[in-house]
Design a protein around this ligand. Structure first.
Ligand SMILES: Nc1ncnc2c1ncn2[C@@H]1O[C@H](COP(=O)(O)OP(=O)(O)OP(=O)(O)O)[C@@H](O)[C@H]1O
Ligand SMILES: [Mg+2]
Length: 316
């Protein structure tokens, strides 16, 4: 097997997404325009976005022969994500997430069920494949698994990109020390450091790790810590914001592409921002992800040409 550009280890989820009608009448039925089933999970969507751009990506999960597993596998394959590193176990299934989108604000409310979830076991972590990959992407849903994957990458050339949302603070602080690229929502950064402003959060995060630290904050954009100072990347203007699901996941995917390509930090942040600005235009975290050939036509910020010029023409 050729080395993967990216391996993702994290929550395997199937999303059922509905954009609520402007008026909901409880106890009645509504015919709605947007109701769909698609693969989800932070690094599930992140790896799908990277694969759609033409890179080789694999998702590690424990799946069985049941409807949810089949949907999840199908959703990965459609995006070009390899399922070769998945472990088959009849009793296992993905998480199911019900996602409700508020039509007025594009904000979403998520309900997750983990019955029968296929938690990865120590032997499921593909140590050799991780060590030969360019980037490992992990989230914070199962911290034992995340720690095993991060330890597998230690001492290899594989960059490890962390996408944490929250959890046990002491444990997360330990795991931050194991990553090379720690890209967190500002809120999670606040939890880990007790600081408030992006600048103070980054300064404190940088003391926990030798890796690169970045925080994201929705429409306020993102900040990276470089040479002892916070560098701001504004969010891109979006004409119509429909659903913010997956913005963070897409940001991580763009950042990961930059790691694969060896881009400097500002360009990694900019490409993440560009992908996130697309995702918000449609319902569902994976619906508006671009392929390589979609990129030149995308409305984007000032450096779009710079980014496209740096992507290999042969991808996607
Ligand atoms: N409402 C928005 N308008 C414009 N850009 C946005 C918006 N929300 C997110 N983004 C873009 O996506 C990036 C990441 O978003 P955010 O900080 O919300 O991540 P997150 O909390 O991890 O989200 P997710 O729940 O999708 O994982 C931001 O830095 C910004 O570039
Ligand atoms: Mg996120």
């Amino acid at each position: 097997m050729l080395p993967f550009d990216l391996i993702a280890v994290g929550l395997n989820a199937v999303d059922v997404v509905v954009r609520l009608p402007d008026r909901v009448n409880p106890g009645t039925k509504h015919l709605v325009d947007d109701l769909l089933i698609l693969g989800g999970g932070p690094v599930g969507t992140g790896s799908a976005a990277v694969a759609l751009l033409g890179y080789s990506a694999a998702f590690v999960a424990r799946v069985g022969r049941n409807t949810l597993s089949e949907v999840s596998i199908d959703q990965f394959r459609r995006c070009g994500v390899s399922t070769d590193l998945m472990v088959h176990d009849e009793a296992s299934r993905p998480a199911i997430a019900l996602v409700e989108i508020d039509p007025a604000t594009a904000a979403r409310t998520v309900y997750v069920n983990l019955d029968g979830y296929g938690y990865l076991r120590p032997g499921d972590i593909p140590v050799a494949a991780i060590r030969s990959a360019k980037v490992l992407m992990v989230d914070s849903y199962d911290l034992d698994t995340t720690e095993r994957a991060l330890r597998a990458a230690q001492g290899s050339a594989c960059r490890s990109l962390l996408d944490f949302e929250g959890g046990d603070t002491a444990r997360l602080r330990t795991l931050v020390a194991l990553g090379t690229d720690i890209v967190l929502p500002l809120e999670c950064g606040r939890q880990l450091t007790g600081q408030t402003s992006p600048d103070a959060v980054l300064r404190a995060l940088a003391t926990l790790t030798a890796g690169q630290v970045v925080v994201t904050d929705g429409e306020n954009g993102s900040w990276g810590w470089e040479n002892g100072a916070a560098v701001h990347q504004p969010a891109l203007p979006v004409a119509q914001k429909v659903d913010s699901t997956g913005c963070g996941d897409a940001y991580h995917a763009g950042y990961a592409v930059g790691l694969i390509e060896g881009w400097p930090l500002p360009l990694r942040m900019e490409f993440g921002t560009l992908l996130a600005s697309r995702v918000i235009t449609k319902v569902g975290g994976r619906t508006a992800l671009p392929t390589r050939k979609d990129l030149p036509g995308m409305m984007a910020g000032v450096s779009e040409d710079r980014i496209i010029a740096r992507l290999p023409a042969t991808q996607g």
